[in-house]
Write a protein that binds this ligand. Structure first.
Ligand code: CMP
Length: 134
C-alpha cells in the first residue's frame, strides 16, 4: 500500500465540487485515510510550493491557493501516487485526457481544481507537511 497527498483547490471548493471529486477518487479504488479543510496562510502555501518559488507564476499561485478554503487529504492504495496522477490528468486542463478530474472540473492552468504529489518522495514530504503532527 502506498500513500499520496492531494488538495481540492479553492476554485473547486467554491463551486461545490468536493463531493464529485471525492466520488471519482473513491470509485477509482483509492481510499481517503486523512482529510482536513482549512484556508491556507501565505507562509503555508509558500512553503508547500517552495520548489516553484523562482517560477513566474509563483506569486499568483500563492494568492490563488490562499483565496479560500481547500480540502487537504491523504490517499492510500496500490500505486496511489501514479493512479491518482492519472485520475487528475495533465496539469494544464487543455492537455488533460477525457474523464480526468482536471478535464471535467478545472477552470484554468492555475485553477486546475486539484493537486497531487508527483512522486513517492514528494508524497512523503507533502503528507508530512500537512499531516505530520500526529
Ligand atoms: P499543482 O499540481 O498544484 O502544482 C503547481 C501548480 O502551479 C499547478 O498545479 C498549477 O495550479 C500552477 N501553475 C500555474 N501556472 C503553471 C505552469 N505554467 N506550469 C505548472 N504549474 C502552473
Amino acid at each position: 500500500m502506498e500513500k499520496t497527498f492531494g488538495i481540492i483547490k479553492p476554485n473547486a471548493v467554491q463551486k461545490n465540487l468536493i463531493g464529485k471529486i471525492l466520488t471519482l477518487i473513491e470509485e477509482s479504488g483509492l481510499k481517503v485515510v486523512e482529510a482536513r479543510m482549512e484556508t491556507l496562510t501565505k507562509p503555508q502555501a509558500e512553503g508547500f510550493y517552495a520548489e516553484h518559488k523562482e517560477r513566474p507564476f509563483f506569486g499568483s499561485l500563492v494568492n490563488f491557493m490562499t483565496s479560500g478554503p481547500v480540502l487537504l487529504f491523504v490517499l492510500e492504495g496500490n500505486n496511489a501516487v501514479e493512479n491518482y496522477r492519472k485520475l487528475m490528468g495533465a496539469t494544464d486542463p487543455a492537455k488533460a485526457a477525457p474523464g480526468t478530474i482536471r478535464k471535467l472540473y478545472a477552470d484554468s492552468l492555475e485553477a486546475n481544481s486539484v493537486h497531487g504529489s508527483d512522486s513517492t518522495a514528494s508524497a512523503a514530504r507533502e503528507v508530512a507537511y500537512f499531516f505530520g503532527d500526529k
